[in-house]
Ligand binder design. Structure first.
Ligand SMILES: Cc1cc2nc3c(=O)[nH]c(=O)nc-3n(C[C@H](O)[C@H](O)[C@H](O)COP(=O)(O)O)c2cc1C
Length: 361
């Protein structure tokens, strides 16, 4: 496992979000539908995560007390430091939502400026904020001024290749008090196609004076993270889909950074135990019926990474109640992986990109 690892990076200062010093420079990227409390808990228990953020949360829904929205910000003492990502296009609502979160003890607030989905951009939020420089900078300023806790922004490189505005925004945001920016190295128009533009992220790093820039996109192993850190000069790396495929990735990265080597990711049995623990945490939050249906998406990633046979994956996805769920898990445990050994490192899974137009993630 360790023989092909790149040399660890030179020691560098820890990442600080204002007064909040992060325990590691490797962050969990928000993934709507996945980065809920149960997943954040298991990733944190494995170790190495500097900060975990909720899925994007509608500022208006939060203020209206929508039960679905409130569930997104559910947390627990181990889920720390805890950042909530909000979206919206109204400076007043966004500031009020930020205040509400501060009162609830959230550690930092992230503003979503990267979401490409039509439903969000049509309402003037997400990536479309990159098309309205003046309004956007003043919205961000009003959120920063509304709270004492650190405010960060997550954005793409720009709307399209002709409008790579992230360096401009990062510079402006730093001036109004934003403490860090995370950059997904693609444009809105690109969706998830093509490759991440590391040079584009580098230009954001060069545009700011001192705030940390977090590089994001397509990091699924140590070599990718090393490349992101070296080529862009970013202070930290945030990882989304790579963490679904390998929840051990943050611990591996910290071990590599500190020692040049790292433990392997979990084997088949470790992953099965993790799946069960994550599901148990979900059951603590919601009804049996809803937990089973919510867990299908996450189960897909677990079972693919565990090399479970298509027939048993199908059985798992068809579970309607806890009894079906337990039966499927028993059969999966009995059969083991289709390739690789159950106690060794499993072959890497293919990491899918959300398909079709940016509308469908
Ligand atoms: C299913 C899915 C849901 C996502 N949800 C969010 C979200 O709620 N907020 C956000 O800022 N980005 C969201 N993203 C973008 C990711 O945070 C990240 O920027 C992108 O996936 C690239 O990083 P990765 O290659 O490490 O996954 C989402 C991406 C996916 C695939």
């Amino acid at each position: 496992m360790n023989s092909q690892l790149p040399a660890p990076p030179d020691p560098r200062p820890p990442v600080c979000y204002g007064s909040l010093q992060l325990a590691s420079r490797f962050l969990l990227s928000p993934l709507a539908g996945y980065t809920n409390l149960p997943f954040r808990r298991i990733v944190r228990e494995i170790g190495g995560v500097g900060l975990a953020t909720t899925d994007l949360v509608n500022a208006r829904g939060l203020l209206e007390g929508s039960p679905k929205t409130l569930q997104l910000i559910q947390t627990c003492p181990e889920d720390s430091p805890f950042a909530v990502q909000i979206f919206g296009n109204d400076p007043g609502l966004m500031s009020e939502a930020a205040k509400l979160l501060e009162e609830r003890g959230v550690d930092s607030i992230d503003i979503n400026m990267g979401c490409p989905v039509n439903r969000i951009v049509k309402g003037g939020a997400g990536a479309s904020m990159m098309c309205r420089p003046d309004n956007t900078v003043s919205l961000v300023k009003s959120v920063v001024e509304a709270v004492k806790i650190p405010v960060t922004v997550k954005m793409r490189l720009g709307w399209d290749d002709q409008n790579l505005t992230a360096p401009f925004f990062a510079r402006e945001f730093e001036q109004v008090g934003v403490v860090a920016v995370a950059i997904h190295g693609r444009t809105r128009e690109q969706g998830f196609r093509g490759t991440v533009n590391h040079e584009g992220i580098r230009q954001v790093v060069e545009a700011v004076q001192s705030i940390p820039v977090i590089g994001n996109g397509d990091v699924t192993n140590i070599a990718d993270a090393d490349y992101m850190l070296r080529i862009t000069g970013c202070a930290g790396v945030s990882i989304g889909r790579g963490a679904l495929a390998n929840p051990w990735i943050f611990r591996q990265l910290v071990q590599w950074e500190q020692t040049g080597s790292c433990d392997p990711p979990g084997n088949f049995d470790d992953r099965l135990q993790l799946l069960l623990r994550q599901f148990r945490y979900l059951l603590e939050m919601t009804t049996e019926q809803r937990a089973i249906s919510m867990f299908r998406k996450m189960g897909h990633w677990y079972l693919k990474s565990m090399r479970v046979s298509p027939a048993l994956r199908h059985q798992f996805q068809c579970a309607q109640n806890l009894n079906d769920f337990d039966e499927a898990v028993k059969a999966i445990a009995a059969q083991g992986p289709m390739s690789g050994s159950r106690s060794g490192v499993l072959p890497d899974m293919h990491i899918p990109v959300p398909g079709g137009p940016v509308e469908r993630w």
